[in-house]
Write a protein that binds this ligand. Sequence first.
Ligand code: SF4
Length: 334
Amino acid sequence: MTPRRSIIPIFVPHLGCPHFCVFCNQNRISGSEKPATADDVRRTIEESLSRLGEGAEPVVAFYGGSFTAIPESEQEALLSAAYEYVKNGRVRDLRLSTRPDAIDGAVISRLKKYGVRTVELGVQSMDEDVLRASGRGHTAMDAERAAKAIKCAGFELILQMMTGLPGDTLEKDVSTAKKFIELKPDGVRIYPTVIVKDTELFELWKNGSYKEHTVEDAVELGAELLDMFEAAGIPVIRFGLNPTEDLSNGDAAGGAYHPALRELAEARRYLKLERSLLSREDEGKEIVFAVQKGRLSQAVGQGRANKNALISEYGLKSALFTERDMSEKLIRIK
Ligand code: SF4
């Protein structure tokens, strides 16, 4: 049986973050959250290990966005507490996420020393104007330099990008994806921008200076980006913000928030593929597609959106889908 990688998440809030990313809710991040201590790390790991079944491969993940920007002594304390479990073989390895301008030679040596295997870089965009308008406080060059240093040191590299940030355009997002591909990451996370209450972006949106990146915008662009990364052999390990109760209950005031955003984008990829197999000459015909096993709902689309769109766009009599054990994603059989 293939071992299951089980993530043990430890949230490390970046207290007093000196940056002003417009999409970030600083209050929520720097408010009442207490920083995790070495004891918290041990307790969390012990609790998680006691729940994990046979065959699991536990990985401790420090989340919070800017791990290597917190004071050095705190980093050392947290990493060494987790590393005890790597050394005794109860945890496979460690991963963490951070900012491009918080990576240098000393940081790399520290992460190596404590058995970190994966570093996630929150790059968000490779366009200088977008980075500036979003208040990121680092440049595209910082991101490139950090990504290369991480790869060169032998870590697994995950790059995170956002779409629809202030000053963004479709072309700029596609260009960021192209630059990511050149950096050869081991995986990518894509977060279409969500307008969260109590953020600067929320104010910019309310006063009309920011045009929201809608679910439809994110799905259409996402289908293209997913195609690009797949063609380059780079897995997209996340598309869209993790749904939470707070976001679903109103904290997500606008933008590309949808609990099933990835499914919508995957369905859009199918719609494009289906369109490419049809022509005006199919008007009035009954069309049948064979779909790879497990992908039927994506091919048909949520609420039969793809099926209905094809029937109306091409004037079809009907569009039918059948699942098959095959390597192709979709083929037309009638
Ligand atoms: S997203 Fe930006 S503002 Fe928020 S914690 Fe990270 S660096 Fe700071």
